[in-house]
Ligand binder design. Structure first.
Ligand code: ADP
Ligand code: MG
Length: 819
């Protein structure tokens, strides 16, 4: 049969010669969808027959296909009949029959691709097809959602389809008990956030009883909002921490001491209140008070770090903004969501300093028990795929980091949204006034307006101005995902003015006119939803996500960004300096009519994205080796845990070993040796992580000696690891001598083995020093300057943080002559 004779559904992207060339040149973006014609036609051919089945017959057919998959039939063979079945089940249960574009997206996902599909095109439904297909094998599939609320919503919403197919579905939620998690992960398809799943995995790695493990072996993960998770959060390490031995802390003393310092004399802060640093006078004063001759001496590195933490806690962490004090405990407020995050801490030193500042009893001194970048967690799935409205811009990074190709699927109906060019002002005040005026103008005609801001604070400020101008508005700032979803769902109604940070309400569909059909027509006649951005974001993808809120499923819509040269992003890149004075408007409340400015903004975004990409790549090269070690050690650990292997250190000391066996029996001794070994492995690993972190933070200094820092780091880490293996055996052997015999039992507590301690989790995102580490390691031009000046300014072992901050301040001064 020739192509011309073949009839059947087709989905096509417009492809220009540029894209064809790029693809030939190795671009990971695939726009050519011809490969999907045949599977799509196969599915279409089966429709009629499937439509004739009763509900019960559909369920039975699902069970047959599952039996086939479990018996080892290739999913390729089962795919067409199964997708036809899912399509029918979705139509019957939810009244949503997947469109051809959705089926094509599902086919691409099932093959392990990242799919770009615009907002509102129905990705939630798309996910069901590949997830259910791969669940037929009997191994669990994870759908990783953007937040907890969406995990719950999607599992509930899509539940009827799965159930009609004979598959089970469940969701994991923050705060669930281990038993409930265990149950949820036994479902055929589990909806969960990547963070929760990752934290569970880290906790599993420390289980001392196989029964405590909540996950099953990983099989497949489908990531929703994939760019955000695979790229933006990829370098965020997940950390679990636990109580360490209590020890004398000097935090209270340092907090008191730092409390006596004077701003502007002893320390300086930057204009955004993001960093604080001691002045020479401040340092001298602390040295005097502490009786230390030079805080920059290598030996005082820990003390200096603690002082910096105390300063940070005093100056930069604001009570009731960054944290709450409740019931004698510190509750950390998430910057994005505005909520107190349970079981989340700042990294040790900072948490301790904060507790000292608030004079509350230390909660617990944190010791990192396990940590892993999200990226490594995600790569643990044998099959990974994802979907998002903005994948093309991230396609190269996704390919570099995960080896995944990106497939672009067109919208079901043509996109008619109008994206107007940015309006640029010289001053923030003028911009904000213009935004208010624009909203009033549009709102006067009852057209719905959605405004995207950068921060909670900015949202509140804008809302205040609007209310003062007599415009009622809703403010979303992700304090509560479920409530937000309800509000954002109404953002398309007549008269609605909704202000939102860019995270708020993500994943929720905005229908024009809400649920009301007549109102929908009215809103369409007004031009649909009007989306206003009050800032350009660092990442173009985030701007595109905001734009994507308008024009869903072929609706009318308009988008426009208002920016000012005072905006953070523009200040940081010194864009004001690039604009010749004669092009500046005479009055600051008039917009700048210069295409040059718009081009520069786009360029700044590209530069930042490039830098982030570089940081991400470098950090991942640093974590790679440690990850490999983790895999090796954990394999050994899990083999002991599950009884696949037995530790054999104690037998090497025959006298003592025999003594114990005679007292308690061989089985008791064997179990004790396993428990001791697991304990020592865990101790050693958490020690290893701490050593690697220290090493990584100090390693940039080797550039001074013209060595490659990564190679040097790798060598050292391999050494430390080898030593650690020996140390573990030594510790296990020492325990053999030290362990107390208690009747017919061995007293594990006598060698420090205790039951599982309470743990908490944090993301290293929460670490204020993180970005500096990243930039230090990748070192774009600036770093070499840092190192160069470090040579002259201070002794070799100076903390990188101080140098970096100094340079940042200089860079800012250069960028902003008005300071
Ligand atoms: P996305 O995640 O792609 O932004 P959603 O999954 O939230 O989109 O779905 C957006 C809207 O599209 C929902 O209201 C859903 O009911 C609707 N929808 C999805 N698929 C279909 C379909 N096949 N037929 C009709 N409506 C659909
Ligand atoms: Mg979605």
């Amino acid at each position: 049969m020739t192509a011309a004779l073949r009839v059947g559904p087709r989905v096509r992207n417009p492809i220009g010669w540029r894209q064809r060339l790029a693809r030939l040149g190795g671009s990971p973006v695939d726009l050519d969808l011809r490969a999907f014609d045949e599977p799509l036609a196969d599915i279409a051919r089966l429709e009629e027959e499937v439509a004739g089945l009763s509900d019960a017959q559909i369920t039975r057919r699902g069970a047959e296909l599952r039996a086939g998959a479990e018996a080892g039939l290739a999913l390729d063979v089962l795919r067409a009949p199964f997708f036809a079945l899912v399509r029918e089940a979705a139509g019957r249960t939810l009244g949503l029959r997947p469109f051809d574009v959705q089926v094509v997206a599902a086919l691409a996902l099932a093959r392990g691709r990242v799919v770009e599909m615009q907002t509102g095109e129905g990705k939630t439904l798309v996910a069901v097809m590949p997830a259910a297909l791969h669940a037929l094998t009997g191994n669990g599939v994870h759908v990783l959602t953007f937040n907890d609320y969406l995990a719950h919503r999607d599992a509930e919403w899509m539940g009827p389809i799965y159930r009609m197919l004979g598959l089970s579905v469940d969701a994991v939620q923050q705060g669930m008990t281990p038993a409930a998690r265990h149950r949820a992960y036994r479902a055929d398809v589990t909806y969960v956030t990547a963070r929760e799943a990752g934290f569970d995995y880290l906790r599993d790695l420390r289980a001392t009883d196989p029964g405590d493990i909540v996950h099953r072996p990983f099989h497949m993960a489908l990531v929703d909002e994939a760019d955000s998770l695979l790229i933006d959060e990829a370098r965020v390490p997940l950390v679990i921490a636990g109580r360490a031995e209590p020890h004398d802390s000097r935090a209270p003393r340092l907090a008191a001491l730092v409390g006596t310092l004077t701003a502007g004399v002893d320390f300086d802060t930057d204009e955004y209140g993001r960093s604080a640093e001691l002045t020479e006078a401040g340092l001298a004063r602390l040295e005097r008070e502490l009786g230390v001759s030079n805080l920059h001496d290598a030996g005082h590195y820990p003390l200096l770090t603690e002082i910096n933490c105390a300063l940070h806690a005093r100056v930069l962490l604001r009570r009731d903004v960054d944290y709450l004090v409740r019931d004698g405990r510190i509750g950390m407020i998430d910057e994005f969501t505005g909520r107190v995050v349970p079981d989340r801490h700042w990294p040790d030193g900072l948490q301790a300093a904060l507790e000292a500042k608030e004079s509350i009893a230390p909660d617990a001194d944190g010791r990192i028990l396990g940590s892993m970048p999200l990226q490594h967690y995600l790569r643990g799935y044998p099959l990974l795929c994802g979907m998002t409205g903005t994948a093309q811009d991230a396609a190269h990074e996704i390919h570099d980091l995960y080896g995944l190709e990106t497939v672009v699927v067109p919208t079901c109906r043509p996109m008619v949204r109008i994206d107007r060019p940015d309006v640029v002002f010289t001053h923030r005040e003028a911009k904000e006034q213009a935004v208010v005026d624009e909203i009033r103008r549009v709102h006067a005609r009852r057209r719905p307006v959605l405004v995207g801001t950068l921060s909670v604070v900015e949202s509140e400020r804008l809302a205040g101005r609007l209310r003062a101008a007599g415009v009622a508005c809703e403010v979303l700032n992700a304090r509560n995902d479920a409530a937000e979803a309800r509000l954002v769902a109404n953002a398309g109604r007549l008269d609605a003015v909704t202000i939102s940070t860019n995270m708020a309400g993500r994943g929720t569909d905005i229908r024009l006119g809400g649920a009301n059909e007549a109102e929908r027509e009215q809103v369409m006649a007004l031009g649909g939803l009007y989306v206003i951005g009050t800032n350009r974001h660092e990442s173009r993808r985030v701007d595109l996500q905001l734009r994507g809120r308008a024009g869903r499923q072929g609706d009318a819509g308009t988008t426009r960004f208002f920016v000012s040269l005072d905006d953070d992003l523009l200040v940081r890149y010194g864009i004001r300096n690039l604009i010749p004075a004669r092009l500046m408007p005479a009055r600051s409340d008039e917009p700048v009519e210069q295409p040059l400015v718009r081009r520069e903004i786009a360029r700044a975004q590209r530069i930042i994205e490039g830098q982030n990409h570089e940081i991400c790549g470098t950090l991942s090269r640093y974590t790679e080796i440690v990850e490999e070690q983790r895999r090796r050690l954990m394999e050994r650990r899990q083999a002991f845990l599950h009884g696949r292997a037995s530790p054999d250190v104690w037998r090497t000391v025959p006298d003592r070993y025999r003594e114990l066996v005679e007292a308690c029996g061989a089985e008791v001794v064997r179990r004790a040796e396993v428990a001791v070994t697991l304990h020592e492995i865990d101790q050693a690993w958490s020690e290893h992580l701490a050593r690697c972190a220290d090493l990584r933070e100090g390693i940039h200094l080797v550039r001074l000696g013209q060595q490659d820092p990564l190679a040097r780091f790798t060598d050292e880490v391999v050494d430390i690891y080898d030593r650690m293996e020996v140390e573990i055996d030594d510790a296990v052997r020492t325990a053999l001598h030290a362990i107390r015999v208690n009747g017919r039992h061995l007293d594990l507590a006598s060698v420090g083995v205790r039951g599982p301690a309470s743990t908490w989790t944090y993301l290293v995102n929460d670490n204020p020093f993180r970005d500096q580490i990243g930039q230090m390691l990748t070192g774009p031009g600036r770093t070499s300057i840092a190192i160069f000046s470090a040579m002259w300014l201070m002794p070799l072992m100076i903390t990188w943080g101080l140098v970096d901050r100094y340079l940042r301040r200089r860079a800012r001064r250069r960028a902003d002559p008005y300071r």
